[in-house]
Design a protein around this ligand. Structure first.
Ligand code: NAD
Ligand code: UGA
Length: 459
């Protein structure tokens, strides 16, 4: 019977997922620990700090559980010692140097956390892989954990499938929960906790390796759908078809399904790219070169989806962006999050700056410190040429702008007051909608030229 849980890593996954688990499992005490004191203070809302991540519904769940059966601290060793189950929710970025750089997962944080578990755990302890990991990582974990003299371990793989912006709903009503392991009793111990709020028909149990691979596969399939529809968006623009109409037509086929077919400026977020690279590296490692090439194309297409936006803008604005002001609406990688990791806006803004543009960037949740750290250097490591500022409102972003570029699907961009915005802009003015996310006909009725992703210009 599990009564004390420790979660190592208080990030986008660790925080919300443990909050939801605590909310539905009053008999279980959960300690979420991290090495980052500032992050832990923010989770505890200390000294007026706001939560480290923006996620709709998160504050309400925390208000119910924090200090009752959910605690945030930096006492990693103590929390491990007290726990009968330890979740590993640390980050697993792509390796940047050394063997496998640019493709393999950097397991430094996993290894460090495993060593901490081996040092501090007492008695029978279940270790749960929650981070997204290369297949067979559990083998390496076991080697480290077996060095412990005070504890014995079972390892489970329980990858997380939530998406940012909808994390609380995804966690409270998951399509499925996946528990992979080699020992039925251990698998059942974790499945039993989920059974507190997830119907048993949605709790899938597998062996360890299938669970590790299923997580990478899910992200690869989702990313592949986005690259597929973005490729079709390009064909739509060239031929006069409309990608939204194509989406409706193919999405009605139950075998294809309507979800995850929205064309845009390419996928961002901390996981799709790194997990695809992870899968590609795995395929190459096993000599499956055709398989690796197949998945690499999904990434290549995503690079094209991002690059073509800035190229098209430069071409439309007479080949140069010097002395031109562009209002950028949205910097987060998707709506309802403050996360900018791998956001398409980074590369696109860098390209526009490189061409000399002056950018005024609005985002309801991303602070200007994050923008500054991502935009002060261009892709080639040189200081950015044009200038940028964070705009306090959509209106101020548009003051004197030659063009408006919509990059994130924030709800508030859906119905903009184009009469007002057009009057603030320099003429001729353009709107580039990379998200199909605004009332463009109204912008046109106020004299603005428009481009919309996947909307063909031919009749
Ligand atoms: P994150 O960077 O937001 O959080 C990771 C945290 O782990 C950081 O706060 C870091 O300080 C902490 N940490 C690292 N090493 C530590 C150690 N030894 N001891 C204590 N704390 C340590 O990362 P994230 O977005 O929460 O992702 C975590 C994992 O979950 C990744 O493998 C990711 O692929 C996976 N995942 C993420 C999402 C998502 O939406 N972000 C969804 C599903 C799965
Ligand atoms: C994604 C997966 O959806 C989650 O299931 C997974 O757990 C998570 O990665 C992870 O492993 O980290 P997330 O990256 O948070 O979640 O957000 P998504 O909704 O998947 O969006 C990813 C990117 O794809 C965003 O830039 C989004 O704008 C883009 N996207 C999404 C599209 O361009 N079109 C779509 O139809 C859907």
């Amino acid at each position: 019977m599990v009564s004390k849980i420790c979660c190592i890593g208080a990030g986008y996954v660790g925080g919300p997922s443990m909050a939801v688990m605590a909310d539905s499992s009053p008999g279980v005490d959960i300690e979420v620990v991290d090495v980052d004191q500032q992050r832990i203070d923010a989770w505890n809302n200390l000294n007026g700090a706001s939560l480290p991540i923006y996620e709709p519904g998160l504050q309400q769940v925390l208000d119910r559980v924090r200090g009752h059966n959910l605690y945030f601290s930096t006492d990693v060793a103590g929390a491990i010692r007290r726990a009968d189950m330890v979740f590993l929710s640390v980050n697993t970025p792509t390796k940047h140097r050394g063997h496998g750089a640019g493709a393999a997962a950097d397991l430094t944080f996993i290894e460090k956390a495993a060593r901490q578990i081996a040092d501090s755990a007492q008695g029978a302890t279940i270790v749960v892989e929650r981070s997204t990991l290369p297949v067979r990582t559990a083998d390496g974990l076991r080697r480290i954990l077996d060095c412990s003299t005070n504890a014995r371990f079972e390892i489970l793989s329980n990858p997380e499938f939530m998406a940012e912006g909808t994390a609380i709903d995804d966690l409270q009503n998951p399509d499925r929960v996946l528990v992979g392991g080699q020992c039925d009793a251990t698998v059942n111990a974790l499945a039993g906790i989920y059974a507190n709020w997830v119907p048993s028909s949605r709790i899938i149990t597998t062996n360890l390796w299938s669970a590790e691979l299923a997580k990478l596969t899910a992200n690869a399939f989702l990313a592949q759908r986005i690259s597929s529809i973005n490729a079709i968006a390009g064909i739509c623009e060239a031929t006069g078809a409309d990608v939204e109409e194509v989406r409706r037509a193919i999405g009605a086929d139950r075998r294809i399904g309507a979800e995850f077919l929205k064309s845009g400026p390419g996928f961002g977020g901390s996981c799709f790219k790194k997990d695809l690279l992870n899968l590609i590296y795995l395929a190459e490692h096993y000599g499956l070169d055709e398989v690796a090439r197949y998945w690499r194309m999904v990434l290549d297409l995503n690079g094209w989806s991002q690059k073509r936006i800035s190229q098209m803008i430069v071409k439309t604005l007479f080949g140069t962006l010097r002395d031109k002001r562009i209002a950028v609406l949205g910097f987060a990688f998707k709506a309802d999050t403050n996360d900018t990791r791998e956001s398409p806006a980074i590369g696109i803004c860098r390209d526009l700056l490189h061409d000399g543009a002056s950018l005024s960037i609005h985002d309801p949740r991303v602070d200007d410190g994050a923008m500054r750290s991502l935009l002060s250097m261009s892709d080639d490591g040189l200081p950015a040429v044009g200038g940028f500022e964070k705009a306090a409102s959509v209106e101020t972003a548009c003051d004197g702008a030659d063009a408006v570029l919509i990059l994130t699907d924030w709800h508030q961009y859906k119905q903009l007051d184009w009469a007002d915005l057009a009057s603030r802009m320099r003429q001729p003015g353009w709107v580039f909608d990379a998200r199909r996310g605004t009332n463009l006909a109204e912008a046109e009725s106020h004299g603005l030229d428009t481009w919309q992703i996947g909307r063909g210009g031919l009749n």
